[in-house]
Every structure is written in structure tokens, then in C-alpha cells.
Design a protein around this ligand. Sequence first.
Ligand code: NDP
Length: 285
Amino acid sequence: MALLIDGKTISLQIKNELKAQAEKLREQGIQVTLAVIQVGNDPASSVYVRNKKKGCEYIGIRSLSYELPEHTSQEQLLALIKELNDRKDVNGILVQLPLPAHIAEDTVIQAIDPAKDVDGFHPQSVGRLCIGQRGFVSCTPAGIIQLLKRSGISIEGKECVVLGRSNIVGKPMALLLLRENATVTIAHSRTQNLKEVTSRADILIAAVGKAKMITRDYVKEGAVVIDVGINRDENNKLCGDVDFEDVEPICSAITPVPGGVGPMTIAMLLNNCMESVGLQASLPF
Ligand code: NDP
């Protein structure tokens, strides 16, 4: 039977470690603060924002909440970001995506001070990751590395296939695996002979956004399978990109959906908030 990689337990472990760190910082008079901006009231975004704030509360990070109306202009949003960039008491700035269509996401992401970019989406953060410099790393892929390490799964020298090449999951995932000395392949919608490619993987990361697409004919026997997808199946039930029932019997370890990668994303956001203190003190951003 495959090892079930338990993201709930591992994320709680991480949050408890961060809680202890936050307490130590408070004893030194440092209160870590995250500003969370939401524009409009997309229901899914509201759930994510609420969970992020709950995570901050658990650890002892102060969260400042900015809930702006849907019709907020790009200029108004950029003005708020500038104000938060300039505030010495704000360590991290998070703008919940997606933004309404009249606001250019790229412009907003680039307006955030790279020293406060706790989502790790700023081109400078991505560039640092690419050339192996210390900086903020996108939360979901960083969480996956923690899931693997804390489950005792070694990455070095392994054949890893990342299915999906988005800026927030696939690409940073591949770079992080490379940093851990894996041999990395990135596959996507134009990849030929996809099943052949994914079947080479010792560690397969599925980030396609297609409900239960990955059946056992995409997976090598004994592989580790990480399912990033958050989808709804035909019965409107939450499911991943992996057909869990089909794949679980042949792999060595697998993440469930829910309860696998999902909880790690918030844990790593909180980790980035804590890291921001050290990064802001030590790096010439
Ligand atoms: P995107 O839609 O941005 O990217 C999907 C990627 O999958 C693209 O690179 C696309 O290829 C590729 N793809 C799509 N269809 C196929 C196919 N049939 N065969 C091969 N490749 C395919 O998605 P994200 O990266 O943002 O998210 C992926 C999934 O992860 C989603 O379900 C999302 O909800 C979930 N997610 C979960 C998070 C968590 O915390 N657990 C956080 C972020 C995302 P191409 O580039 O060629 O179009």
C-alpha cells in the first residue's frame, strides 16, 4: 500500500515551528505583519483570504486586511501598495489573485516591493530562484518540497516530471527540484507521447487542472505522485488531477486531495512572512 503523504499533519508541524519563531521575535520586540489585499468579493478568493488570516492568527502574525470594492481602479490599488511598501511596520504584502479584469495583474505584482513579496511572484523573486540566490519562493511548490523532505523521500538524482508549466506552480516547481539536484522534465499540453514521458518519473508532480486526468497508465510502478490539482468531479466533489483510486495501488507514495498539497500552500506563505524579517535585514533588495 502506498504511503499517504499527509499535508494536514505536516503543515501543522510547520505552523507550530513558525509559532515558536514568532514568539521569539515578539520577545525581541519584532511583530511580524502581513498586509492582505482583496479586490472584489469572488467567493473562492474570500475563502482563501479568510484561511490566510486564520493562519496568521494561529502563528501570531499580525494581519492587516484591505477589502476593496470590485470597481477599485488600478491607480487606487497601486497607491495602496506604494503606501504599504513604504510602511516600516509591514513585512509582507499579499494581493489575492485573480484581480478584476480591468486591473493588470503583472503591473500589480511588479509594484510590490520585492523585499515584501511573500507570494514569490515578483520577477525579482523568480529571477533569484532561477539563479540560486536566496529570496521568496512561490508557496505551493515550496510546500511540495517540504512534503517530500518531511516524508523522508529523497529528491537528489531522481527523475522528476512536472506536468504543467504555469508561473505559480509548474515553472518554480521545476526550478526547486533542480535546486535539490533532481533530473527534471517539464511536460505540458504540447508534449508528445505524454504517458511515456510521465511514466519515466520517480517523482511525478501533476499540476494540470484537469479532474482525475492522471490514471495509472501515466505512472511508473513505485513512483511518488504529488497531486496539485483542485478540481470538481462530475458529482461536484473536490478532486485532484490524479485518479487516486486508480493510481494509489501502484505507487509508493501519494498525496490526497483534499489534505495533501493544499494545506502546505498557506503554511509556506506564513513561512515566507517569517523569512521576510531575515531577508529584509540581510539582503540589498
Ligand atoms: P494553469 O492552468 O495555469 O496551468 C496548467 C498547465 O497544465 C499548463 O502548463 C498546461 O499546458 C498544462 N496542461 C493543461 N492541460 C493539459 C493536458 N491535457 N496535457 C498536458 N498538459 C496540460 O494551472 P495552475 O498551474 O495555476 O494550477 C494547476 C492546478 O493546481 C489547478 O487545478 C489549480 O487549481 C491547482 N492549484 C492548487 C494549489 C494548491 O494550493 N493546492 C495552488 C495553485 C494551483 P500549456 O502551458 O501548454 O497550456
